[in-house]
Design a protein. Structure first.
Length: 217
């Protein structure tokens, strides 16, 4: 019992620590809370299932089926390992976005904020650009964007706009200083590599003044 208890404490502590270290610091507490919710929920669900097995088939069969499940999990873990390439992913904030040049300094609570990026793309590389920016879309939405879209300018066949919205100026500042990781920057650099002249996209910030709700018809 002492050996089993010690092993239980060691494994659970290791899983908690690994979960916390596998996500960026700014979302660490949120990720750990979701993990604990699933972990504790699984224990509660498993307890109910094994209780029903013990009630209808006896404690002997409940322990027997649990042992078979444990052996099966040891076989499965060889194919689905917990270890992987997470240790090679740099999750530290990159902080490479320049500070926005604003004539009127916004208040932190101002918003929503619409961020527009202009990309001049060669038609020959358009398909690769779209594949790369789809991956960037996932980063934008994860880091706080409410919505995201890529738009074509019909007056210029080489011009595309990436537009995403964040809830407030404070949320956008978090994107600048905390949320974008070094690994995310690699995705962003790949998108920017398709720009004609290998320059950076032109960025505009638009802060909402009047908003109207969508009219239902």
């Amino acid at each position: 019992m002492m050996a089993a208890g010690s092993g239980w404490i060691f494994i659970i502590s290791s899983l908690h620590y690994s979960m916390f270290k596998s996500v960026p610091k700014w979302v660490g507490a949120r990720g750990l809370s979701i993990y604990l919710l699933i972990y504790q929920g699984s224990i509660a669900l498993g307890s109910a299932i094994w209780g029903l097995v013990a009630q209808y088939y006896g404690v002997h069969y409940a322990f027997l089926f649990a042992a078979i499940g444990t052996i099966f999990s040891l076989v499965v873990v060889f194919k689905y390992k917990l270890t992987g390439d997470l240790k090679d992913i740099n999750k530290t904030p990159s902080r490479h976005w320049p500070e926005p040049m604003m004539v009127i300094e916004p208040n932190l609570q101002d918003g929503p904020v619409l961020v527009k990026l202009e990309y001049h793309i060669h038609p020959e590389t358009l398909d690769d650009f779209i594949l790369a920016i789809k991956e960037l879309r996932r980063v934008r939405l994860r880091d706080g964007a409410i919505n995201w879209g890529l738009y074509r300018d019909d007056s210029d066949p080489n011009l595309y706009y990436e537009i995403f919205t964040v809830g407030s100026w404070a949320e956008h500042m978090y994107q600048h200083h905390q949320r974008l990781t070094v690994e995310d920057r690699k995705i962003e650099d790949r998108v920017n590599s398709f720009i004609i002249g290998n320059t950076l996209p032109v960025v505009s910030h638009l802060i909402a003044v009047i908003l109207t709700k969508k009219i239902r018809r």
